[in-house]
Ligand binder design. Structure first.
Ligand code: ADP
Ligand code: MG
Length: 292
């Protein structure tokens, strides 16, 4: 391999906003046959907005939102930010929080106004024996529309649900099609639930979806594919994605994402447009052809 053509290839890629950390990654990229994309902030814009509020009987909407908003105010999760913003935009004041615990991949557990408040997934509710049977059809309907619905309980009783929607990047669908046309398998991986993930996947043409992956599980999924002989590129933006970006044959971080993701990755895609994935692979092919 001539260093000159690698240098030229890296330089050309950089002009397209594709930053290779080292020449060896340009060589590895050429062997990629499987691309895993994170959902939130990678396939989607990552700016969820509060769209739906459903309150259980026996509690007023304002009371409900002031408790839920307080609980989520302590969380740094993008979903929490969307919930808090949506509540504050409705002019509702938040109550004071006495304690807060983030449960990664599940939600939050807090004490607000001397009441224990949980907000998060079905599994979170199930693990605290909160009866959510009646609300499940409503939740499933929201999820089938690509929304992320989160359940809330107050003192162990189901109290309501909030849903947020994130929009897919307008470039994602075409970018996925380009990868498929290059015979590259594309998989979307997310901590979000199966139904929401499937709906978003359908919107952008990805039929292989791995959902409900816990934060520490993303790297494991990459290793499983590698053990099956795949050469895997992982594309992500979040702190949660960092271990998977590091383990993958090639890690590609979205330039608009977290610094942690960019540090763990081999390539930074400055533009945040998934077309850069195909561009990077094509450039690596061209470079390797010049070398041989
Ligand atoms: P993602 O890959 O979507 O960032 P996470 O692993 O962070 O997924 O979270 C998985 C799921 O856990 C979310 O879809 C949501 O249902 C729930 N969850 C996580 N954090 C919170 C939170 N602060 N409030 C409510 N629900 C949450
Ligand atoms: Mg993300």
């Amino acid at each position: 391999a001539t260093p000159t053509s690698i240098m030229a290839g890296s330089g050309r890629a950089a002009e397209f906003g594709i930053l290779f950390k080292g020449g060896e990654h340009l060589e590895t990229t050429h062997h990629i046959d499987t691309v895993i994309v994170d959902k939130t902030g990678t396939v989607t814009n990552g700016k969820p907005e509060l769209t739906d509020i459903v309150v259980a009987s026996g509690i007023g909407e304002e009371e409900f939102l002031s408790l839920i908003g307080a609980a989520e105010k302590q969380s740094e999760h993008p979903l929490a930010e969307a919930i808090v913003k949506g509540i504050q935009d409705r002019g509702i004041l938040l109550k004071g929080v006495q304690s807060f615990e983030a449960i990664p991949g599940y939600g939050v557990k807090t004490v607000v106004d001397n009441k224990e408040i949980l907000v998060g997934t079905r599994k979170l509710m199930n693990s605290y024996n909160v009866d959510i049977l009646n609300i499940l059809p409503v939740m499933e309907e929201l999820e089938a529309n690509g929304k992320t619905a989160m359940l809330a309980s107050i003192e162990g009783q189901y109290a309501g649900l909030v849903a947020v929607a994130d929009t897919v990047k307008e470039t994602s669908k075409k970018a996925i099609k380009r990868l498929h046309d290059m015979n590259i398998e594309v998989i979307m991986m997310t901590g979000d639930n199966q139904r929401t993930a499937t709906a978003i996947g359908r919107e952008v043409g990805i039929d292989h979806v791995i959902a409900e992956v816990l934060p520490e599980g993303k790297a494991e999924e990459v290793k499983k594919l590698q053990a099956a002989g795949k050469k895997v590129a992982m594309v992500g933006d979040g702190i949660n994605d960092a271990p998977a970006l590091a383990v993958a044959d090639i890690g590609m971080a979205i330039g608009t994402g977290t610094d942690v993701a960019m540090e763990a990755a081999d390539i930074t895609l400055i533009r945040g447009d998934l077309n850069s994935i195909a561009d990077a692979i094509i450039m690596s092919h061209k470079t390797m052809r010049n070398i041989k």
